[in-house]
Design a protein around this ligand. Structure first.
Ligand SMILES: [Fe+2]
Ligand SMILES: [Fe+2]
Length: 469
């Protein structure tokens, strides 16, 4: 399963032997590069210390080197095939997984792949100007690493579209480059991917909360009975781990810096000291968490029930679940608003699978908040950060149209609006954060609003020249 780097498109799917597919992808490649030059990072650089996949096995899959961004070897990497793999759930449970797509599931699978594929280039577009204000070369390198890998994730989905969906797949692959984040005429498919990522606090929050949604969506597709999709997502999840790391440790370092400033100057007013106040950090959490929850869709969905039963997408860690994996008799408890308060409704588990996945995600999000609170405690501070209630600031699903406080009380719209500025970033908060964003490109130096990382990348020190400008 080693990767063939002698090909124009690096791959471990034997592209050399499939001339038609290779030609199709080779004609998509210049369009991708065109998109990267127009919609990718705006900061000009000579080269960046990046990892590139050289194998897909568990150990040592990545190679690190300085690479000029447009020369990054985007390619097609699927995890190793398990020839014994069987469908773990739904009506085909126990049958061998599919190497080709059954005709009756073609449209649904294509839709799932397009929606996933659309998010990958979207985040590159959202983050394209961040390099202009990077707080350190270390952070700049991490940004570009995330960007090139999201570009590779686009390749991953485009490969599936080209290889398995014929003409309509090729058209969809084309369209993935034509929609753009925030565009009036042809926006990205999902709301959160049309929001801007205007500053580095937003970037850390995005990689913590929104990339983590991606992790959970990929986790469900990794369970797919369509084996090439499963293997594609398995390898994407490996890359995705670094994106989570950038988010988690990014917020760690902002919280740590704020805590240091508070301690050193014995003052909560870290604005005067060039730090980001905890209440602003909390508002950013509230915003990014709530828009990311919207990405899980409605709590109840017959489409998703059908996907599960058909074997197209499973639950998070399906095989570790201790139930019948068919769920026709099972029930789930899902929150919703009734009579002016949040109640728990008992619903068929099959239709509540979005809520199931969201529950896994929420638990995972909580681990970061615990870390951040430990940092505050370690600095002797009593303040705490929290995740707002699942119904706070929601535009999708059972809570859309209701007005909930961060602690989960249902209130009147008028009252919600009156308090909004205490819960979500105001124009003034955003302007303050934005004003802190000035580039620091000197090796070993860092902006005043964020602490340096504990460790560098791949054993290199923090003051390593991660990027040559
Ligand atoms: Fe991705
Ligand atoms: Fe990601």
């Amino acid at each position: 399963m080693s990767i063939d780097y002698s090909e124009r498109i690096p791959n471990n799917v034997n592209l050399a032997e499939d001339r038609r597919l290779r030609r199709a992808l080779e004609s998509w490649q210049p369009r991708f590069l065109q998109w990267w030059s127009e919609m990718g990072p705006t900061l000009p650089t000579q080269d960046v210390y990046l990892r590139t996949a050289v194998a897909v096995g568990r150990e040592g899959w990545a190679h690190f080197d300085h690479v000029a961004l447009p020369d990054y070897r985007w390619g097609i990497f699927l995890s190793e095939r398990n020839t014994d793999r069987r469908i773990a759930y739904g009506e085909h449970k126990g049958q061998p997984v599919w190497q080709q797509i059954p005709g009756e599931y073609r449209a649904e699978l294509q839709r799932l792949i397009v929606i996933q594929g659309d998010t990958e280039p979207a985040s590159v577009e959202q983050q394209r100007r961040l390099g202009l204000t990077a707080p350190s070369l270390y952070d700049l390198r991490n940004l570009f690493q995330v960007n090139v890998e999201e570009g590779r994730h686009l390749w991953a989905m485009v490969y599936l579209l080209h290889a398995y969906f014929g003409r309509t797949g090729r058209d969809e692959a084309e369209a993935l480059l034509l929609r753009n984040s925030g565009s009036e005429d042809s926006p990205r498919i999902l709301g959160a991917f049309n929001e801007e990522t205007p500053d580095w606090l937003s970037f850390y929050m995005f990689t913590y909360f929104t990339d983590r949604d991606g992790k959970y969506q990929l986790g469900t597709l990794k369970e797919s009975a369509f084996d090439p999709l499963s293997r594609t997502c398995e390898f994407m999840l490996k890359e995705e781990a670094h994106h989570m790391f950038v988010g988690t440790t990014g917020v760690d370092r902002v919280v740590e810096r704020t805590a240091q400033l508070t301690r050193e100057h014995d003052s909560d007013d870290v604005r005067k000291l060039g730090g980001i106040p905890l209440d602003v950090i909390q508002k950013y959490i509230n915003f990014h968490y709530s828009v990311s929850l919207d990405l899980f869709g409605s709590e109840t969905s017959t489409n998703v029930a059908n996907y599960f039963t058909a074997g197209l997408k499973g639950r998070w860690q399906e095989e570790r679940r201790k139930d019948d994996h068919v769920l026709t008799e099972a029930f789930a408890v899902v929150p919703r608003v009734e009579g002016g308060q949040v109640v728990e409704a008992r619903l068929p588990a099959l239709t509540a699978l979005n809520a199931d996945l969201r529950g896994e995600y929420i638990a995972d999000c909580g681990t970061g908040v615990n870390r951040w609170n430990r940092i505050l405690t370690d600095h002797g501070l009593d303040a705490t950060l929290y995740l707002p209630h699942v119904g706070f600031n929601r535009q999708v699903g059972a809570f859309a149209g209701h007005h909930l406080t961060p602690d989960g009380r249902v209130i009147e719209e008028r009252d919600w609006r009156a308090s909004r500025d205490r819960w979500l970033p105001t124009a003034e908060d955003k302007a303050y954060v934005r004003a802190l964003m000035r580039p620091v490109y000197e090796p070993g130096k860092i902006a005043a609003w964020v602490a340096p990382p504990r460790n560098g990348i791949n054993g290199r020190p923090f003051d390593y020249e991660y990027v040559h400008l």
